[in-house]
Design a protein around this ligand. Structure first.
Ligand SMILES: Cc1ncc(C[n+]2csc(CCOP(=O)(O)OP(=O)(O)O)c2C)c(N)n1
Ligand code: SF4
Ligand SMILES: [Mg+2]
Length: 290
């Protein structure tokens, strides 16, 4: 396909953390010299989910909570693509949590960026499962959940308040999946300045394992115990938390051949016919597919 798109301008509030995620992703794609037409950026539903409109890559807006399985399908169907899934903490840790667990287990090579602002920004500030700072019911910790699954191979957490480290982690995540070492999971603390402005609190809450000479990101048990120990002091680790040394390399994924090219006219006609069956009918009986 030769069709290209002009990215739109972000609609996020001024100061939204998600700008920092977009910058890190843009610079990682540029630094790794990945042609835009070889990148598929899929996103969930939420303020975070609009990120796929802002890069000149292929983009797809998935159903709420379904960005990870959709991205797995894309990655298996065309292994030539650099596949990036992105979405919010509501998208990934609430409605999409079941998919996340099995993505760690299956270890298909793609990058998943979970933009964690501890709230449902788009729907105006309801609390999300990841309220580490404000959660009344305890918080769901995506990286910790990933560490608990033996098949996981890359787990990191960045913070939009530390853009250089975030750019480095984003690059490392893309490299991990492009080298076909498996599922690269990067959670980014990306505050929502409108409904849950947590920026003032993170500097004394985060603990940077990248700056700790005694820390080893190849040691899963150490990563796990460090996170648990920090949590007792109400602190959260950031940095490259865990990367498997060995090349797990899509070993668990079924071998699906790369797509042989564009869909044939016959397939397109069958697809249109199928869509027509689900067209929404107005009261006058006229059909309009949405
Ligand atoms: C099936 C379904 N349930 C609920 C919603 C309503 N909804 C839209 S976005 C959203 C959560 C957004 O929060 P998050 O994923 O954290 O993204 P953010 O806006 O914070 O970036 C919800 C519950 C929906 N669109 N679809
Ligand atoms: S509501 Fe929050 S998450 Fe959404 S764009 Fe504004 S600051 Fe960002
Ligand atoms: Mg959110």
């Amino acid at each position: 396909m030769a069709r290209t798109y002009t990215p739109s301008l972000p609609i996020w509030c001024a100061g939204c953390g998600h700008f920092g995620v977009l910058n890190a992703l843009r610079s990682a794609v540029r630094d790794l010299r990945i042609p835009l037409h070889e990148v598929a950026l899929l996103a969930g539903i939420g303020c975070s989910g609009t990120i796929q409109n802002y890069l000149g890559t292929y983009g797809y807006h998935a159903l709420h909570g379904r960005v990870v399985p959709t991205a797995i399908g894309v990655a298996l169907a065309d292994p030539r693509l650099t596949v990036v899934a992105a979405g919010g903490d509501g998208d990934g840790y609430a409605i999409g949590a079941g998919h996340l667990i099995h993505a760690f287990r299956r270890n298909v090579s793609l990058t998943y960026v979970c933009m964690n602002n501890e709230t449902y920004g788009l729907t105006k500030g309801q609390s999300s499962p990841s309220g580490f700072l404000a959660g009344d019911e305890g918080s769901f910790d995506g990286p910790l959940a990933g560490l608990a699954i033996r098949g996981s191979t890359f787990i990191a957490r960045g913070y939009t308040g530390r853009p250089e480290q975030l750019a480095r982690l984003m690059r490392a995540a893309l490299e991990h999946s492009r080298e076909r070492r498996g599922f690269a999971f990067l959670e980014v603390i990306s505050p929502c300045v409108t409904y849950a402005d947590t920026y003032p609190d993170w500097e004394h809450t985060l603990y940077d394992v990248d700056a700790d000479a005694a820390y080893s990101s190849g040691d899963r048990a150490l990563a796990f115990s460090t996170a648990l120990r920090l949590a007792e002091d109400r602190r959260l680790p950031i940095g490259l938390l865990y990367r498997a040394a060995e090349h797990a390399a899509d070993a668990s994924a079924p071998a699906v051949p790369a797509s042989s090219g564009a869909p044939t006219p016959d397939l397109v006609a069958r697809y249109e016919e199928l869509l027509g069956r689900y067209a929404v009918r107005s009261s006058s009986g006229a059909g309009a597919a949405r």
